[in-house]
Design a binder for this molecule. Structure first.
Ligand SMILES: [Zn+2]
Length: 120
């Protein structure tokens, strides 16, 4: 199996797991919505769970977008190229992080930049 095929499999598996996670969170949220009793003392607790599920849902959807983007790049033949400097991303990095769209150096540079943006 070519490394790219293996990475594609990993991404597809990740996509499936995320779909399930998001679907489950959405299901639980619906259940809570229809079973919330505003006057009971559990209300606050249910609200907490709802918030948690909503966050899980958001994060799951954000991750799904990242996975989808990587899969699109594979289809277009642009996968494995750093989108900042254009260098090939080493397969070892992609095997650890199949959704990586930058090389390690550019990823670190981005992180430094975002930290600076937060600090200033
Ligand atoms: Zn780079």
């Amino acid at each position: 199996m070519r490394p790219i095929d293996k990475l594609r499999q990993m991404l597809l598996a990740q996509r499936r797991a995320l779909f399930e996670q998001v679907a489950r969170a959405a299901d639980d949220l619906r259940w809570l919505d229809t079973n919330t009793h505003p006057e009971t003392e559990e209300e606050a607790q249910e609200q907490n769970i709802a918030n948690l599920l909503a966050r899980l849902d958001d994060r799951g959807n954000a991750e799904l977008r990242i996975v989808d983007r990587a899969l699109t790049l594979i289809e277009e033949g642009d996968y494995g190229t750093c989108e900042d400097c254009g260098d090939p991303i080493p397969v070892e990095r992609l095997e650890v992080l199949p959704t990586a769209t930058t090389c390690v150096f550019c990823a670190e540079a981005r992180e430094r930049n975002s930290r600076q943006a937060v600090a200033s």
